[in-house]
Ligand binder design. Structure first.
Ligand code: WTA
Length: 654
């Protein structure tokens, strides 16, 4: 409870800096309240108005919100548009020569593309995809490192109406395979290698391995971007080099106009079962969410240089790298490498070099940079910054203060943005020229986003109090379904007891100012370094190992990562000890790395002859969580079938 208590006792409050307020798009708390009031008085028209103003429609919509088949909401559903047209073509008249992307490679080399150049590259690659037989509604898997090409690949899919599903480059062949088959992909776009922290990572070889696992008959082409000139495994009849395909491709490609509800992409995320969920997003509503949050929360101005450090493999990299910044015609930095290479000053050095004005990163990154290099920011000129942001996990007040003082020099507001893969865009975050911030709180919902805290029966919690975080009304950028499993969508997010509200899966607390404080997940989902991991996914990976009989995974608070993964394992053979235990731990960690990806490797593995269970056979996870934290078990364990194994499970092998 200590971290929860520490945020709840936090009472510092920072008013937005005068200078910031003066130039802010939404300036002063009254403007914020006025926007909220306008959403309250006519909810649908509020969003409809922004959708008409901010998006270029090929065919204007007449209907804003369809609620005839709840919870399968449809927004702007008789309108037609193209996301890539909105991100590129519409800026050409005014901003053809404006820099769209400043790409910095792992080794520090920089390349820039203007809107016109990016447009040409997207058109050429779109034509290449069409030549490969990809068309409207086909699914394309993208398994790429951070690169201009990754953005081109996503935009090109959007341009021709294909549905992309980006898989983070750190996922294993097994995880990639699961996503390829679930989504029924026709083509895979990958790089031959990724380059991070001075090392190359073989991506194409992983694609080959995934495809060899069977059940991937739908995939008949693999397009490979040559990141480095190094041996690449090749299949002559199936594999194509990106550069050869675009060489003679035409540089004009008419966008395919799609319905507003056409799925722009599917992105897999962890849930509380062993199988990741394919979160399906729309085109029109999603785009509107990214645009409005770029303007309201990032207070984006034409001359800003925006940098979101998230990988395109996560939702943050979709909304605030591949779509949001381009949809509003902004300039952004795209970074291939990692924050600690060649040293822990890399982020700050890049902010100075590219004159970044808006910087958006994860609390984990901030915490690790405090730990390994607190004196680095002092070496660089960070005066270009005017706004800072965080995302992905709660930020502890200490890290918030460091970010505020050392990076923002107490000038830059911090926007702590709460949202999810499923919400598509920011939901709760301060509008920086209007809402005062408190370290550790994501503050107040965006205008038109109607959040609440309820108890388990769905009753509103009045005033100061805690409970389940829900959204009481639909919003344009919300998840539309789980790919191939609409029933699971309904059950996971709209459980009947919540009377139609969207269940976020987080618990939250509301303070005396109505500010939201996120307390963490209420389901079996861990948040490790800002990445969502299902405990069940890791458990199923462990029990798939021939040595393992049973496994239970829980999270434990971690200073830098937020949470770390602790696995309790029962082997089929005897409980191992000493060197043998160490050997098996190493083997199981490797195994999980191969089954899911290195991010899911348990930080600790503990062996027992059994797991603590009730007499009815239910694993007592509460006890396992206490054991992981090293807490004395003081609760009643009389219902426990086998109390003696608690002693064994106290011991960690690594
Ligand atoms: C957590 C990432 C506290 C939360 C955009 C949520 C946060 C999950 C915050 C979604 C925040 C995200 N403060 N917790 N500002 N932002 N979370 O789908 O538990 O990868 O449910 O989306 O991250 O993670 P996801």
């Amino acid at each position: 409870m200590s971290s929860i208590e520490s945020v709840l006792h936090e009472c510092r409050k920072f008013q937005p800096h005068e200078l910031f307020v003066k130039h802010a798009t939404i300036s002063g708390i009254d403007s914020y309240h006025a926007l909220c009031a306008s959403a309250d008085s006519d909810y649908a028209s509020f969003w409809g108005g922004f959708a008409r103003k901010e998006i270029d429609w090929k065919k204007a919509f007449n209907h804003i919100l369809d609620e005839s088949n709840i919870p399968f909401y449809r927004w702007f559903y008789d309108g037609e548009l193209n996301a890539s047209y909105n991100c590129l073509d519409r800026h050409l008249a005014k901003s053809s020569n404006k820099t769209a992307i400043i790409f910095e490679a792992d080794d520090g080399s920089v390349s820039k593309v203007t809107y016109h150049e990016l447009y040409i590259r997207v058109c050429k690659f779109s034509n290449a995809l069409k030549d490969m037989g990809i068309s409207h509604g086909d699914r394309v898997i993208i398994y790429m490192p951070m690169s201009i090409e990754a953005v081109v690949a996503m935009q090109a899919c959007a341009r021709i109406g294909a549905i992309h599903s980006v898989v983070f480059g750190g996922f294993s062949a097994k995880s990639l395979h699961e996503r390829i088959t679930d989504v029924g992909a026709k083509t895979i776009i990958c790089a031959n290698y990724g380059v991070r922290g001075g090392k190359s990572v073989p991506l194409k070889a992983t694609v080959d391995e995934a495809l060899s696992l069977g059940g991937c008959e739908s995939v008949n082409k693999v397009i490979v971007y040559q990141r480095i000139n190094q041996d690449t495994p090749w299949s002559l009849d199936r594999d194509f080099w990106w550069h050869e395909l675009v060489e003679n491709a035409s540089d004009y490609c008419e966008p395919v106009w799609v319905n507003s509800e056409h799925p722009l992409f599917i992105l897999y995320t962890s849930g509380s079962t062993g199988k990741p969920k394919g979160v399906q997003h729309s085109t029109g509503g999603y785009l509107l969410g990214t645009i409005m949050s770029m303007k309201w929360v990032f207070d984006f101005k034409d001359e800003d240089i925006f940098w979101c450090t998230a990988d395109v493999g996560w939702i943050t990299g979709h909304s605030y790298v591949a779509y949001g910044p381009l949809a509003i015609g902004g300039t952004q930095v795209l970074f291939e490498g990692i924050p600690t290479y060649p040293d822990a000053g890399r982020f700050w050095q890049m902010i100075e070099k590219h004159k970044v004005s808006i910087f958006y990163t994860a609390p984990t990154a901030i915490r690790s940079l405090i730990k390994v290099g607190a004196d680095f920011p002092g070496k660089y000129d960070l005066s270009s910054l005017r706004l800072l942001g965080t995302v992905g996990e709660p930020i502890n007040p200490e890290a918030w203060m460091w970010y505020f003082q050392e990076i923002g020099k107490e000038r830059c507001p911090i926007v702590d943005t709460w949202w999810q893969t499923e919400t598509g865009a920011h939901m709760i975050a301060p509008l920086p020229g209007a809402v005062a911030t408190k370290p550790g709180s994501c503050t107040l919902p965006l205008p038109g986003i109607i959040m609440d805290i309820v108890d388990e029966e769905g009753n509103h919690v009045e005033g100061v109090g805690g409970g389940l975080l829900v959204a009481k009304k639909p919003w344009p950028s919300m998840i539309r379904s789980i790919w191939g499993d609409p029933e699971r969508f309904k059950k996971s997010y709209f459980p009947t007891e919540l009377k139609g509200a969207y269940l976020a899966g987080d618990s939250a607390h509301r303070d005396e100012d109505g500010y939201y404080w996120i307390m963490g997940r209420i389901d079996d989902v861990l948040n490790v370094s800002g990445h969502r991991l299902g405990t069940m996914e890791i458990e199923s990976a462990l029990v798939a190992n021939p040595l393992v009989a049973e496994a239970a995974v829980v999270g434990k608070p971690h200073e830098i990562k937020g949470e770390s993964v602790i696995a309790y394992v029962v082997l089929k053979g005897l409980r191992p000890e000493g060197d043998e235990a160490k050997r098996i731990v190493a083997e199981l960690r490797e195994w999980v790395g191969k089954e899911i990806g290195p991010i899911a490797k348990p930080d600790e593995i503990r062996f027992g002859d059994n797991l603590p269970k009730t007499r009815s056979g239910k694993i007592m996870r509460r006890l396992l969580r206490s054991l992981a934290k090293g807490e004395e078990i003081t609760s009643d364990i009389s219902t426990l079938d086998n109390p003696s194994i608690l002693e064994q499970l106290k011991q960690s092998v690594i």
